[in-house]
Design a protein around this ligand. Structure first.
Ligand SMILES: Nc1nc2c(c(=O)[nH]1)N[C@H]1C(S)=C(S)[C@@H](COP(=O)(O)OP(=O)(O)OC[C@H]3O[C@@H](n4cnc5c(=O)[nH]c(N)nc54)[C@H](O)[C@@H]3O)O[C@H]1N2
Ligand SMILES: Nc1nc2c(c(=O)[nH]1)N[C@H]1C(S)=C(S)[C@@H](COP(=O)(O)OP(=O)(O)OC[C@H]3O[C@@H](n4cnc5c(=O)[nH]c(N)nc54)[C@H](O)[C@@H]3O)O[C@H]1N2
Ligand code: SF4
Ligand SMILES: [Mo]
Length: 700
């Protein structure tokens, strides 16, 4: 009997899964299988925010799972670093050698070993579930996981006392929605569904974004401000709210700390000043203030796109205070949402990472944003935080060679022949190419996990639907086996994945309900700050106070105001927001999605293109002192004058001439949170005369 016929005899089964990707939507997935054959993979129709729909990327999950280039056996390097030449080895051979190499380094100083991980999966189990215990026990360096949201999250927490905001579903009832630094259609699709409902009910939608994104095109209005000027816009809005008295005085008096001081500062920002800084018209600033001051309930969907600049933290602090000025928080459909992750924090198990295993040690911290510098640093350099030279890296759930800033330096660091690098991956990414060992990791449908969301207020479970392909193993298993080989005999290293899933949340979460339904909703008030109740010590939102200076507009590191000489050489500001069909660097190698995105693109305004003799479709070189990025110009209204949009984040080896947009970005940090400044970057562009468009093969 053939296997297909055998499968047809098997009963259908349904499994609750969760989308693992770094996306605020955290969709619930329903998988229908017969035997080991996926019949259907769909958004769970019963999960309110998912609403039965997955994005284009994840609806192709089976393509990623069964991809012919998936890494299915452990691999050991045979060529030079970075060449991506490997031979298969057994798991035992790989683990024995890795354990021996790490033990030798740890005997000198475990801090010379650095874990590098981010949000390839957002799951608690396959994220840091077993890994954090292992690193604590080893005493390895700690990693400041700052590459995405730290500036904004810090600004938000300074203001509200936690990273919390409106509930996603209430946006459907808003009358005004400011979509601020967010291309929601690409990166927050399920929010867009609620925004569309509001629009149908008569709400006005305004996009605040340097780029005329897919989302901005569908809003009633688009304000194309200069990158990194959001704080100036917020101050200009406050000025107008004050002079027209569109204020909720009662709310301000009762629930805001430092309002008199903030008021004085805002009065220094008449719309003329704000408009000049932002590159907007005075009428645009005034009109936005009128809408915000007079339409209620008014909601702001802020996203991380606007905080990847020098002053990103201050900008978030100012914008987060806007709903307090107009009393928007009084209604469920008013307020602001940047992150919802603080809502689930109290439910997480504080003992999960077993901090006691550190036994009083306080290892140094490496900032993941500065991995390019850190890998090349010598003891005494500040970036090493008082610790030793980095001798070994264990990378999981991340692709730093592609996504970290100043990637030329990152690649150079990873290319150090004396660096021992282990990468847990699904594919031979740019980072995996630099590994001494690449170990095959399971994908979401092959392992257990539990998820919380940073965009909504549900918790989700992910049950394995399929056995691992090939020799793939969950991340947890790698750390368990390494722990055993290093003689770590604490019982927590023997917890299996289901146990880890159970342990992630405290007793307040009904794990059996999670398994039965696939998700549970957090029990929270609909208008959380209707009467103050912020998570600050005073319970009031904080504009300033003891130890907290007033927020202000800080110009970009790289702009004419901060560095006129640099701006003279590199007159264009570059932002590098995500391409719609990739998720950071994930999916770049998925054939059907790559076919939609086609090539690495640089959007340019016709004026800027004409001044450089560049036509739509030309091959161009984007450059600054850090590097050269080769891509294709898309000339049109998506870019505002003076700003180019380099859509990210291609794998270097799948891009043109082995480059991606992070060749150009720098490793300087934001005002708050020590986060990256991906969108604070000056460049120049020229035609790639040497290579006519379309004639260049990919540098694989
Ligand atoms: N399809 C897709 N979805 C994603 C991602 C992805 O790569 N692709 N990434 C995921 C991740 S990691 C995250 S953190 C989230 C959020 O990811 P975000 O990076 O916030 O993603 P976007 O929503 O694209 O928001 C970026 C928007 O901010 C704009 N922007 C850039 N600079 C400025 C500025 O100075 N001011 C203002 N006002 N706007 C600016 C950009 O033009 C862009 O439209 O999305 C997640 N979802
Ligand atoms: N220029 C520029 N650079 C950026 C950004 C930008 O907007 N512009 N965005 C930044 C942002 S917001 C972020 S969050 C970072 C994201 O950076 P990363 O977190 O590194 O995200 P990805 O590039 O998606 O890489 C995740 C990797 O994890 C792997 N992975 C997924 N699941 C698993 C698993 O279960 N086990 C293992 N072992 N591996 C797994 C995937 O195959 C993938 O290669 O990039 C940043 N870089
Ligand atoms: S990437 Fe985002 S929108 Fe797409 S399925 Fe995952 S959580 Fe949903
Ligand atoms: Mo991110």
């Amino acid at each position: 009997m053939s296997t297909a016929a055998a499968a047809a005899d098997l009963p259908l089964r349904q499994v609750h899964a969760a989308c693992p990707h770094d996306c605020p939507d955290t969709c619930a997935i329903r998988v229908t299988l017969q035997g080991e054959q996926i019949l259907r993979l769909q958004g769970d129709p019963d999960h309110p925010p998912t609403h039965g729909a997955l994005c284009t990327k994840v609806s192709r999950y089976a393509e990623r799972l069964g991809h012919p280039e998936r890494v299915l056996t452990p691999l050991r390097r045979v060529g030079p670093k970075g060449a991506g030449r490997f031979e298969p080895v057994s798991w035992d051979e790989a683990l024995d050698d890795i354990a021996a190499r790490l033990a030798a380094i740890a005997a000198r100083d475990p801090q010379a070993i650095v874990p590098y991980s981010y949000a390839g999966t957002m799951g608690f189990v396959q994220g840091e579930g077993m890994a954090a215990r292992f690193w604590n026990r080893l005493g390895a360096s700690r990693l400041h996981r700052s590459i995405c949201a730290e500036a904004g999250a810090t600004g938000l927490a300074l203001t509200y006392g936690a990273t919390v905001g409106m509930h996603l579903e209430h946006f459907a009832e808003s009358r005004l929605i400011l979509i601020w630094g967010s291309n929601s259609i690409a990166s927050n699709l399920h929010f867009w569904t609620y925004a569309q409902a509001a629009k149908r009910a008569g709400a006005k939608l305004i996009a605040i974004d340097p780029r005329c994104s897919e989302t901005a095109q569908k809003c009633h209005q688009h304000l194309a401000l200069r990158p990194g000027t959001d704080a100036a816009l917020a101050l200009g809005l406050m000025h107008e709210l004050i002079v027209h008295d569109w204020l909720d005085h009662d709310y301000l008096d009762r629930y805001v700390e430092g309002w008199p001081e903030l008021r004085e500062r805002a009065l220094q920002w008449p719309p003329e000043r704000a408009a000049a800084v932002c590159g907007l018209s005075v009428e645009e600033v005034q009109g936005l203030a009128r809408d915000y001051g007079t339409l209620a309930p008014a909601a702001i969907r802020l996203n991380y796109g606007m905080q990847r600049v020098h002053g990103g933290g201050n900008a978030v602090r100012l914008i987060a205070l806007l709903p307090c000025l107009v009393g928007a928080w009084r209604q469920p459909a008013g307020g602001l949402l940047l992150s919802a992750s603080g809502w689930n924090k109290p439910l997480r198990n504080p003992a999960y990472a077993h901090p006691e295993l550190l036994a009083g040690r306080q290892p140094r911290t490496i900032n993941m944003v500065r991995i390019g510098d850190a890998l090349r640093a010598m003891p005494g350099d500040a970036v090493l935080d008082g610790g030793p030279r980095i001798e070994a890296l264990v990378v999981y759930n991340s692709n730093p060679v592609a996504v970290a800033p100043e990637s030329g330096q990152v690649a150079a660091g990873f290319a150090r022949e004396d660096l021992f690098t282990v990468v847990l991956e699904h594919f031979l990414t740019d980072t995996a190419d630099h590994a001494d060992y690449v170990l095959p990791a399971t994908m979401q449908l092959e392992h257990w996990d539990v998820h919380a969301s940073y965009g909504h207020t549900w918790l989700l479970i992910n049950e394995p639907a399929l056995p691992p392909r090939g020799q793939a193993r969950p991340n947890t298993q790698f750390f368990r086996e390494l722990a055993a080989r290093l003689g770590f005999d604490e019982p927590c290293f023997r917890d299996d994945d289901l146990t880890l899933a159970r342990q992630a949340f405290g007793p307040a979460v009904d794990f059996e309900a999670l398994r039965r339904d696939g998700w549970v909703k957090l029990d929270l008030p609909p208008a959380p700050f209707a009467e103050g109740g912020f998570f600050t010590p005073s319970g009031r939102a904080r504009a300033c106070g003891p130890g907290l200076p007033l927020p202000d507009h800080l110009p970009n590191h790289e702009c004419a105001e901060s560095d006129p000489a640099l701006a003279a050489r590199y007159p264009l500001a570059m932002i590098s927001p995500p391409a719609r069909h990739f998720l950071n660097s994930t999916f770049v190698n998925i054939t059907s999605l790559q076919a939609i995105e086609r090539e690495p693109l640089l959007e340019m305004h016709p004026q800027d293109a004409a001044a450089r003799g560049i036509a739509d479709g030309d091959a161009v070189c984007v450059y600054n002192d850090r590097g050269r990025y080769h891509c294709i110009a898309r000339v049109g209204p998506q870019a505002r004058p003076g700003v180019v949009n380099g859509l990210g984040v291609w794998w270097r080896k799948l891009g043109r001439r082995g480059t991606n947009v992070n060749e150009l970005t720098h490793q300087r940090l934001t005002d708050l949170g020590e986060a990256p400044c991906f969108y604070d970057c000056l460049v120049q562009v020229e035609r790639d005369a040497a290579v006519p468009a379309g004639s260049e093969g990919r540098a694989a």
